[in-house]
Design a protein around this ligand. Sequence first.
Ligand code: NAD
Length: 491
Amino acid sequence: MSVTHENALLDDALWAGRVFDGQWVAAQGGQQAVVEPATGLLLSQPGIANPQDIAQACAKAASAQREWAKVGPRQRAAIFRAAAGHAEAHFDELALYVARETGAALFKGEHEVREAIVLLHQAAGLLAQPHGVVLPSEGGRLSYARRLPHGVVGVISPFNFPLILSLRSVAPALAAGNAVVLKPDPQTPVSGGFLIARLFEAAGLPKGLLQVLPGGADAGEALCSDPRVGMIAFTGSTGAGRKVAEVAGRNLKKVALELGGKNSLIILEDADLDLAASNAAWGAWLHQGQICMASGRILVHEAIADALVQRLVAKARSLSVGNAARGEAALGPLINARQLQRVDSIVQASLQAGARLEAGGEYHGLCYQPTVLSAVQPGMRAFDEEIFGPVATVVTFSSDAQAIELANQTEYGLSAAVITPSIGRAMAIGEQLHCGLLHINDQTVADECVNPFGGRGHSGNGGSVGGPADWDEYTQWQWVTVKDTPPAYPF
Ligand code: NAD
């Protein structure tokens, strides 16, 4: 059941059994059905890459990259601007496809396409920036250092925000002169891969520079070990990231890891209760909680905990779950049955361990009701684990010191937030939180494509950024000296 219409950029027939190497070619790994989570309709049957497909893609990418590195910056930048133009021209079509394929509300699909346009313009802007420095040296000798591409960059991305999370690496990596082999999650092959292929195809990117091959862990590991790949940019779970780091490390590749999170939203006793409840609900339930920055722990001062829980329960009961891409519900389904069972098993295990079910805890199909658990404590799965489902996990504290201790009681370190009118107190708390992203008077989910984004500990190994720091990620230094004539050495 294709979602294609006349003059559309996306055409499910193009990738039926195929992957993209500049053209649409048969995948040796076979094909796999992609089903819309909200309706069960078949969306597409794209090709699935096996390790042989990946090896061929890496060889083609390496060959295309040698020519790309010679293309001037203005010509390269024009391709990114043209791709952004195609995304604007097809905005509604792309947003709906992303929403349907990811099981999201339409506004989330629109958000991804809007951010994609920003990322493409930023990649064009990257090409107007200096990419080297002149170094002090003796007279008659020019000494400088410049940034050169890695060659081929491998990008591996997840299902939840596939368009942004693929493109935030693909666009700057290509702009910096690399070729890219992109392996999106096979559950979201179009949003995370073929949509990007179509934008660049329409924009005239030279063939072979971008290879798009949905596939599983075997394809991902093949990418991490291929000798032609200089760097891996991975976004996904901490478990898979650890394997990626092992394989990339064994093969001496640079690797950038953006991993999971268990993020605390701390609400102090002087917070406005209605605003605090709105922030907690948004942070915990946005895109069904399937966000690395989701507010996975709502830490509330004990003096206002009951009042906050009451408000959260009212919100949970007022939110419908269903086909959010078509505007028929506020929240959409979870991505698959395995994830739904995992979410439910965490809720059930926490209830058995003494947590209280205030709302939700039920599901139909893949639709999990927004859920509120109170009396949650360390040692319960809802406290300890990243849930990746619409569960607001309420934990109480009695002092700022205890709130800090509870928030830091995790091996993750991605995002944290504090809500209170006492800004100085919030900043003092924030100073002591182990996180890469900190928001005062907001919830934990935010990313604007220009901010340093990244986590500590089990949330990642650095920060990927829009703008100048993309040069750091997607290029490497080369030191160059130039003299008029070679010197005469003592022997
Ligand atoms: P996942 O790790 O299962 O899959 C992510 C990608 O890795 C997919 O393309 C998958 O096919 C691939 N993969 C899986 N095993 C692999 C292996 N051994 N070698 C190479 N590739 C492999 O993650 P998911 O369930 O799709 O996504 C959810 C997770 O991603 C959550 O933990 C979430 O917090 C995290 N995430 C992090 C960020 C961030 O920027 N920090 C953003 C989004 C999601």
